[in-house]
Design a protein around this ligand. Structure first.
Ligand code: ATP
Ligand code: MG
Length: 383
């Protein structure tokens, strides 16, 4: 999948421009605060119909302007799609079209796959479980409409259940009859979500382990006990070998939910389910969050991102890869190794502000690329 061209009008600080792209590597260079991340956000938005930075449409409208508009052509599964999205501030109205057809509310653009990697991601290991669940939901959700649907229904059922539990707490009684249908839904959708999360984590984990090994293979001092693995920690204690059978998962969930009934009613919210899930990065079997160095944690995340690219490329379609200002954080050797890992993407957009990186990592290495320079929201094609 790749973006052929993109026109933007009043998208954040990007004024009005049409830009044409090649497949392969596109480098966007500019000083701090010139519009590099905004530009990447526009590309992501065009493909996914949402931002990776904000949920508020109005944030993306250039200050003092009445609307923003994006228009681009995307090649997806060898077909050309003309995508238009816009938002009008005054009417609070978003309009999205694909090949002239209006996209209804709730329907997503969702041209997948697209992998993005922004500085915030480097903290994925250190952050709380909610961030890691968001990561799973976004990434699995982009591949599976079924997953998105299950998740939406699960969240709805959970909200209803929590509302009831709050009332139960106030009234100091358990209204079992009303809880049963919500628990049924939580079990039904939760078990399906759990199964998908387990499956994807296992596949990505294996690829990431391989990548991690590749990143460290020339560092003699890091050799040996440094195997990376991802470990799923479901909010329901399911034995890993049971993760394949839905019936078993459902039964276990049901059992744990009913065992927690009393406590849930006392606390006034749900304690058991996939909304408590988490996953861990282990290095040599130890929690990376507690024991790994910052550089090792960074390499683990790079390995996971690369794993996603490889997985999408081998099972769906070669993805678009968006890399915002990560290179300035890596040393020379790691940058080179990263390139090898990320090469299965069909189109890669990279931003950075430092000139040296261009010479050092691209020109010096003989890697072909197109170059855009960005200054005060205006983008110019250089190569
Ligand atoms: N809705 C908006 N309207 C106008 N300008 C905006 C809007 N939202 C953000 N900006 C501004 O756009 C400018 C460029 O932001 P951006 O995040 O793209 O910078 P950048 O080139 O990625 O910088 P850095 O190298 O520091 O990451 C910033 O000065 C920011 O304040
Ligand atoms: Mg930026």
């Amino acid at each position: 999948m790749f973006v052929k061209d993109l026109q933007f009008i009043n998208f954040r600080n990007l004024k009005r421009e049409t830009v044409h792209f090649q497949t392969g590597l596109t480098v966007i260079q500019g000083a701090n605060g010139q519009g590099k991340s905004n530009f990447l956000e526009a590309i992501y938005y065009l493909c996914q119909g949402k931002s990776f930075r904000t949920l508020k449409e109005s944030d993306m409208v250039c200050w003092n302007k009445p609307y923003y508009f994006l228009h681009g052509n995307i090649v997806f599964k060898k077909r050309l799609f003309k995508v238009e999205v816009g938002y009008e501030l005054e009417k609070k109205r978003k309009v999205a079209k694909i090949n002239g057809r209006l996209i209804q509310k709730g329907e997503s653009l969702n041209f997948s796959p697209i992998v993005f990697f922004v500085p915030d991601d480097l903290d994925l290991i250190r952050r709380g479980p909610e961030e890691r669940r968001t990561f799973l939901d976004r990434e699995i959700g982009q591949l599976s409409l079924f997953y998105r649907d299950c998740l939406q229904r699960y969240k709805k059922a959970l909200r209803q259940k929590n509302r009831l539990l709050k009332i139960n707490r106030l009234q100091k009684k358990i209204d079992r009859e009303l809880l049963v249908p919500w628990n049924k839904q939580i079990t039904y959708f939760g078990s399906r979500i759990l199964q998908q999360r387990a499956r994807f984590l296992s596949i990505w984990g294996q690829l990431a382990a391989h990548n991690f090994h590749h990143l460290f293979k020339n560092d003699n001092n890091e050799k040996g006990n440094m195997r990376l693995s991802l470990e799923y920690r479901p909010g329901v204690s399911i034995k890993t070998d049971l993760m394949g059978t839905l019936k078993e998962i459902e039964r276990e969930m049901e059992r744990e939910i009913s065992a927690a009934e009393q406590e849930e009613s006392e606390k006034g919210f749900s304690l058991v389910g996939i909304h408590k899930d988490d996953f861990s990065f282990l290095m040599g079997g130890k929690e990376a969050r507690r024991f790994a160095s910052q550089g090792q944690q960074r390499s683990a995340i790079i390995s996971l991102k690369a794993a996603q690219i490889q997985f999408y490329s081998r099972n769906f379609e070669k993805p678009i890869f968006i890399l915002d200002d990560i290179f300035s954080e890596l040393d020379h050797t790691r940058r080179k190794q990263c390139f090898l890992l990320f090469q299965e993407a069909q189109q890669t957009f990279i931003t950075f502000s430092l000139d040296e990186i261009l010479d050092d990592s691209f020109i010096g290495q003989g890697i072909p690329f197109s170059l855009f320079k960005i200054h005060e929201g205006t983008i110019k094609s250089v190569i």
